[in-house]
Ligand binder design. Structure first.
Ligand code: HEC
Length: 212
């Protein structure tokens, strides 16, 4: 007798547990939600770009215009670093600004970063070696877009353009090449410049080889 009562109560506990678990499956409820502090849930606010009633700001704009001359904290203001141009804007910087190399932790980590970024952003068109024969180029050619021609980096003109010009090309793009200024951060763009230079050096003829 005692044993069967025990069995029944075990069964009861199991049924209860099963029912409780079934009820925990996250169905949505039709019951009105319970709010502890209602006015923390319903707070007066404006949406982005919404017009106000003029009580908060007389011009009825609820978003404030930026004060003149304001810049974002992370904006690079040195023109040599931000645009690859000399302070007086007369020309491109010849070399990667030293400050950038320092903040990248030296040339070795900078080259490694540049290689990783190059392989993502540039290799699809320019190819991993800089030959200009990337997959996008091959597909463009197959599709009849013969005008789409990324140049090889292994040519005299591109070997001799200033580092700043290379940086500006990455930042602003050039004819069929898209700009990367808004996509790739400043330090990464300079790292790519360093890596493109390394690619060029890897195939450059040493002075004695180029003698006739
Ligand atoms: C969507 C394909 C594409 C991608 C991606 C691309 N490029 Fe280009 N790139 C081109 C094309 C096309 C040209 C030739 C532009 C022209 O007609 O002058 C070019 C030209 C260049 C030139 C030569 C500029 C000159 O002075 O003639 C450089 C340097 C260069 N790209 C570097 C890069 C680097 C570095 C990246 C990666 C950040 C990159 N490109 C990403 C397509 C691309």
């Amino acid at each position: 007798m005692a044993r069967s009562t025990q069995r029944v109560s075990t069964l009861g506990v199991l049924c209860f547990a099963a029912a409780a678990l079934a009820g925990c499956r996250g169905q949505t409820s039709r019951e009105t939600p319970v709010f502890g502090i209602r006015n923390m849930y319903d707070q007066p606010r404006y949406d982005v770009q919404e017009e106000g009633d003029g009580k908060l700001f007389a011009d009825k704009r609820t978003m404030r215009p930026l004060p003149e001359g304001v810049i974002a904290r992370e904006t690079e203001i040195d023109p040599r670093i931000a645009r690859g141009r000399l302070e007086d804007e007369t020309a491109y910087v010849q070399e990667i600004p030293k400050e950038v190399v320092t903040r990248m932790g030296g040339m070795q980590p900078m080259l490694e970063r540049g290689r990783a970024r190059y392989d993502i952003y540039c290799a699809p068109c320019h190819d991993g070696t800089g030959s200009g024969e990337g997959l996008v180029k091959q597909r463009a050619e197959a599709a009849g877009a013969a005008a789409f021609k990324p140049p090889t980096f292994h040519q005299d003109r591109l070997r001799h353009i200033p580092d700043g010009q290379l940086f500006a090309t990455i930042s602003n793009g050039k004819s069929n090449m898209p700009p990367y200024g808004a996509v790739v951060p400043v330090n990464d763009r300079w790292s790519i410049v360093a890596y493109v230079r390394a690619l060029q050096l890897s195939q450059a003829k040493l002075p004695q080889e180029s003698k006739p």
